[in-house]
Design a protein around this ligand. Structure first.
Ligand SMILES: Nc1ncnc2c1ncn2[C@@H]1O[C@H](COP(=O)(O)OP(=O)(O)OP(=O)(O)O)[C@@H](O)[C@H]1O
Ligand SMILES: [Mg+2]
Length: 556
């Protein structure tokens, strides 16, 4: 073939055509997962929209079988709604959204999620997506939309408006191909984990097997994360040169202070000096070589850490509450790390470990910006961090994920989560992200290790005490006989001594650790004041008795 022949075949590819061929990249690689993806995109958007509008989310999800491998999916929220003009492009055009061009902690980022669901639906059943939306102005807009795949533009099949109805929110109705299952990586599991990570949300889920309702565990919205500018540490040459071209700042110093977070004039001047570029130079005139020098200068400049108000982790208490509510463990402990930066973007890690109780098998629960990640576990930075830990050091068997009744909850929040693909199922393995997760899990594992070794020691002592008690009767009789003391008194002293030893051992074993639902809470009566004095007195009495016990032998 000649170049001219190739030329006849070379033409632009629309993003919709690309994903029509590659729907697996968007997560639509099997029928079970497809249903999950649609529900997930709808619910994630509903949670984003309600939170951004400062509304406590009330979300309704229905999955109903309407034919052979054909399902109706309804997702309804009480969010701000979508203005009429935007409805067609939001649902009928891939790569169209409000979250891509900013740095803000959101569930969605790419502007592809919900239109991908429209695309899959029309590919499998040929049906449009039905949208009902109102901004609360008394007008309810209804659209039926498909995607013109060749042009990546919305195709309006039907539109209408109903006036005089008071309601605000968005309701989506898909008629799609799929398969409904209730195993590990399924819609019920996604909704359950979503409820754990979003205790402020009220969710009703009507599935083919009945209704499940998740009530609010918190009556206020989480802290609203602020939108931020990028952090200079980690900014790459390509991004820096584009920013230099596009900025409205007139000098290099004002460019550095206005386009990046936490850069003051003093630091900006220091960077200019190190890079040997005049402070007042116009950003647009900075050449590639100078930009390279700027990057080098930044590397050796101490910068303040990113602000924490751009990140909204759940917080130790909420994570623990969620885990206790859903898993009912014996022990639970959690850690929230300080914010860190990858590629100039802040992120933060929180980890919770729950052990024993109703947990029977090892379980890893991965979350990114409050969204549960159910697929591609092996490719995820969270799994890599966990399996890279030497669990033996903390008293667990071997490497990998320890074979314990242990649930590991890891939540990464970031102004931009680095997903490994458009389906947003796994977090990319940036070394600094793996390191942060590892440190957090290790710290929790250390606490859990202490608790478990204390528990083992306690069980061992209990065993010894039981053996001791087995021979108590005989010993009491012997002491009483040999010492001439009243048998009842010996018995009383003896019992108290056993109890006091039991209490000493428990105090030693439980010093300072985080045992949320610990065994002493469940089984021990309150101890009296002056316990230690009584204990000392009993010890003296017993020693006295034992000395008398020895007397006949020594005398004899
Ligand atoms: N229920 C909703 N209420 C209000 N606005 C919504 C709703 N669903 C979607 N939107 C708007 O539509 C846009 C596109 O949604 P879409 O899911 O396609 O992309 P995204 O959420 O921005 O990113 P991602 O592709 O990662 O999901 C959103 O950015 C948001 O502005
Ligand atoms: Mg989305």
């Amino acid at each position: 073939m000649k170049a001219e022949d190739f030329a006849r075949q070379q033409r632009e590819i629309s993003i919709s055509e690309f994903f029509e061929k590659n729907r697996h990249l968007l997560g639509y690689d099997n029928k079970v997962k497809a249903l999950l993806m649609i529900v997930k995109e709808g619910v994630d958007n509903a949670l984003d929209a309600t939170e951004e509008a400062g509304i406590l989310p009330d979300i309704y999800v229905r999955v109903k079988e309407v034919g052979n491998e054909k399902y109706e999916i309804i997702i309804k929220d009480n969010g701000p709604g979508i203005v009429k003009k935007q409805i067609p492009r939001i649902f009928g055009k891939l790569l169209y959204g409000s979250k891509f061009h900013r740095l803000k902690q959101n569930r969605g980022q790419q502007g592809i999620g919900i239109s991908a669901a429209t695309l899959y639906t029309q590919l499998t059943t040929g049906e449009p997506l039905e949208i009902v939306s109102s901004t609360g102005d008394g007008k309810i807009h209804k659209y039926r939309i498909k995607i013109n795949v060749r042009r990546n533009e919305p195709l309006i099949i039907e539109s209408g408006v109903k006036e005089g109805v008071e309601w605000r929110g968005v309701q989506l109705r898909f008629l799609t191909e799929g398969m409904y299952r209730e195993y590990k990586q399924s819609i019920p599991e996604y909704i359950k984990q979503t409820a754990i990570a979003n205790p402020h949300a009220h969710i009703i889920f009507d599935s083919p097997s009945g209704r499940t309702e998740f009530n609010r565990g918190a009556d206020s919205l989480p802290k609203h994360p602020k939108e931020i500018r990028p952090h200079l540490h980690g900014v790459e040459l390509g991004i820096l040169t584009r920013m230099l071209r596009e900025t409205k700042a007139r000098t290099l110093v004002s460019f550095l202070t206005s386009e990046f977070t936490k850069v003051g004039r003093k630091t900006a001047k220091e960077i200019c000096l190190k890079a040997e570029i005049p402070e007042a130079k116009k950003p647009k005139t900075i050449k590639d070589e100078e930009a390279r020098r700027l990057i080098e200068a930044v590397k050796t400049t101490k910068l303040m850490k990113p602000p924490t108000d751009c990140l909204s982790p759940l917080g130790n208490e909420k994570v623990k509450e969620g885990m206790k509510k859903e898993l009912n463990p014996e022990w639970v402990g959690s850690i929230t790390r300080s914010p860190e930066v990858y590629r100039g973007w802040p992120f933060q890690v929180e980890v919770c470990l729950a052990h024993g109780g109703e947990i029977t098998n090892p379980k890893v629960m991965r979350f990114a910006n409050r969204v549960p990640l159910l697929y591609q576990q092996g490719d995820c930075a969270i799994t890599k961090a966990i399996t890279g830990i030497h669990w033996k050091r903390y008293g667990f068997n071997g490497k990998g994920i320890p074979e314990e009744p242990l649930a590991i909850f890891v939540h990464l929040v970031s102004v931009w989560v680095p997903f490994t693909s458009e389906s947003k199922e796994a977090i990319a393995s940036y070394p600094v992200i793996i390191k942060e997760i590892k440190l957090a899990v290790q710290e929790c594992a250390r606490k859990l290790g202490l608790y478990l070794s204390g528990k083992r020691k306690h069980e061992f002592r209990q065993q010894r005490i039981r053996t001791f008690e087995k021979y108590a009767e005989e010993t009491i009789n012997a002491i009483s006989e040999l010492s001439g003391e009243d048998r009842e008194r010996v018995k009383r002293e003896f019992t108290e001594l056993i109890n006091s030893n039991n209490n000493i051992s428990m105090e030693e074993e439980n010093g300072g650790e985080e045992a949320e639902v610990s065994r002493e809470e469940r089984s021990q009566p309150d101890r009296e004041e002056g316990e230690s004095e009584n204990r000392a007195a009993r010890q003296v009495t017993l020693e006295r008795l034992l000395r008398r016990e020895e007397r006949p032998d020594t005398d004899g």
